[in-house]
Structures are given as C-alpha cells and as structure tokens.
Design a protein around this ligand. Structure first.
Ligand code: PLP
Length: 318
C-alpha cells in the first residue's frame, strides 16, 4: 500500500501495525501531562545506485533509547536487534522508497492525575518521508541563547526526555525570532554545550574540539560518527573538553552535527564571521564523508547501516 497522506501511514503502536489516525492516546496520559517520555530520531537514506534504503545506526539508537528509558524507569522490552527489524518492517509496509525519519517514542502511559509515575508504559514507532531538516547549503548563522542548558541535576540532557525539550523549544523559538538559524546553549556556568537539537564542533588549527559528555549534551550518535571520520579519514586530533563562548568567535570553523541536521556548517556566530565567513574545508569534507557513509557509498562504514529491503526486494521495488 502507498501512504498518500500522513494519516494513511502505518505506525507501530500498542504492539501492532495500525494507521496513524488510529494511534491515539488519552488527554490524561502521564507523558502528555508531565513530559515523561523518551524519544529517538533515526534517519534512513535511499540510495538510487543500490536501490536500497539504509537506516543509519539503528542498533546504536535503540541501545541509547533503552538505556535512556531506564533513567525514567520505562521498560522497553524488545531487544535493539528486534526493534531494528520492527522498524525495517514498518518502512517496508509503508513502501517508502525515499529518505525517511523514524521516531520511536516510549512513554508513561497511565491515564490519571498525579505526577508520581507508576510502572505503566508503552511505546510507538513512526516512520515518515523526510527531506532537509534545515537548509545549510550556504552555512548557518547561529546565536548563543539567553536560555541556559538545563542541568543534569535537574533533567538529564543525555536522554531525549520529552519534557526536557521545552528547553530546546524555548531556545530555538528565540533564535528564529532573532534571525538566527539555530541556537547555541551555554551551560549554567557559561560553557558551550550544544545546539537546541544538535551537537557542536570547533576547528582550531588541526584540532577538532567538541564539548565533553559532562557538559549538558546529548551523547550524539552523529557526533560519534563524525569523530570516527575525522580521526580515521582526515587524521585530525579530536579533543572532548570544556569550550568557552569566546572560542566560538576565534575558531577557524564551527559546525553542528545531528541525525536531523546531518553536518551543518556554521558561518556566523552572534553576528561574527567564523573563520573566513564561508563554509570551511574541513566541515565540507566531513559533511561529504558523512553523507557518503550514510548512503552506503563507502564500504568501510557499511557497518553503520541496516538495509531495509535487501537486494532482492529492492530490485523488485525499483
Ligand atoms: C539536544 C540534541 N543534541 C544533539 C542531538 C544529536 O544527536 P544524534 O546525532 O544522536 O541525532 C540531538 C538529536 O536530536 C538533540 O536533540
């Protein structure tokens, strides 16, 4: 069946495949009232040459999801390998042959008043056709937000906890209203953390720098991929450490990474040009390498990919 509108899309909900229009939760659902859900974001890229759609690092996304669900004591029973199979079956069932975005969401499902959570939980997985999240071809203008990154001692940012994304929503709304493409968060003590929905890297000379995992960041899977590419392919020194705000102004290059933004070069921060004010060569090359790997065009990184259709089915579908 071809999914013509979003409502026709088939989703995984209540342990079965149902049309999106039937995947509903009640208004008293705990997660809806108190933000007690944990989500993920996974991309799939269609490669025309191989007539295949590759999910990018779904195993790692599902491992992170399950680990982070345990922070809220949400138990997602299936193993990551089973979740990968459910996801590829979902994409096949919808007959998607374009780039997709997959949104797993686990949540506290009790329908009652009262913030103290109980053991009731559920999860859903949705896959949608998806293009560019943000047009970064000319490079982005990012601005440091007046909103500080929420501290791990309040709501852990290393998990994609629904309620924590109010922090990102406020910062991204402010950034767009002020004419920036994306916000950069500082931690409460004034160090660079990350973007509202992405990690951040700085290049200073031959050294690539990114805030350490204890700096109020999500432990990004694209971040890990880009570190591997930078070290292995470009032989760059990669350092995870504290970053001052003013380092953003004196870096040669700055860029964001994330499943949705992919690798997005930043050409201006707070109205100051980054380096030459144009997309830098390292960001451009890492972006090329990342997208090549994500599309299955580099055999070294095929280990990151989960083919949805397989050779025979892909041939038939084409
Ligand atoms: C706050 C935040 N930081 C970083 C990222 C990037 O993480 P990943 O590369 O795993 O998608 C995301 C992704 O959604 C995010 O929401």
């Amino acid at each position: 069946m071809k999914a013509d509108t979003n409502q026709d899309i088939i989703v995984f909900f209540d342990n079965r495949l149902v049309p999106l229009r039937d995947a509903k939760v009640g208004i008293l659902t705990h997660a809806f009232n108190y933000g007690t859900g944990v989500f993920e974001g996974i991309r799939g890229y269609r490669d025309e040459n191989q007539r295949e759609l590759f999910l990018v690092r779904p195993q790692e996304h599902y491992e992170r999801w399950k680990r982070n669900c345990s922070i809220l004591r949400i138990d997602v029973r299936p193993k990551p390998s089973v979740l990968c199979r459910i996801t590829s079956a979902l994409v096949r069932r919808n007959q998607f042959h374009t780039n997709v975005y997959v949104r797993p969401l686990a949540y506290k499902s009790a329908e009652r008043i009262g913030v103290s959570p109980d053991g009731a939980s559920a999860f859903a997985i949705t896959a949608l056709p998806f293009g560019d999240y943000i047009d970064s071809r000319a490079g982005l203008h990012a601005g440091v937000s007046s909103w500080r990154r929420i501290a791990d001692t309040a709501v852990p940012c290393r998990a994609k906890i629904c309620g924590a994304y109010v922090n990102s929503a406020l910062a991204s709304d402010e950034a767009r209203r002020e004419g920036y493409d994306e916000a950069i968060f500082l931690t409460e003590d004034g160090h660079v953390a990350e973007g509202a929905s992405c990690n951040i890297f700085l290049l200073r000379g031959e050294r690539l720098i990114t805030p350490a995992v204890s700096e109020g960041i999500l432990e990004g899977i694209t971040r890990a991929s880009v570190i591997e590419l930078a070290q292995r392919e470009l032989h760059l020194d990669v350092v995870e450490r504290r970053v001052d705000r003013s380092e953003l102004y004196v870096s040669d290059e700055v860029f964001f990474t994330g499943t949705a933004v992919e690798l997005a070069p930043i050409v201006r921060v707070d109205h100051r040009p980054v380096g030459s004010g144009k997309i830098g060569p390292v960001a451009a090359e890492l972006r090329r390498l990342y997208l090549e790997a994500a599309r299955g065009a580099n055999p070294t990184y095929k280990k990151w990919l989960f083919p949805v259709y397989g050779p025979v089915a892909a041939g038939k579908a084409a």
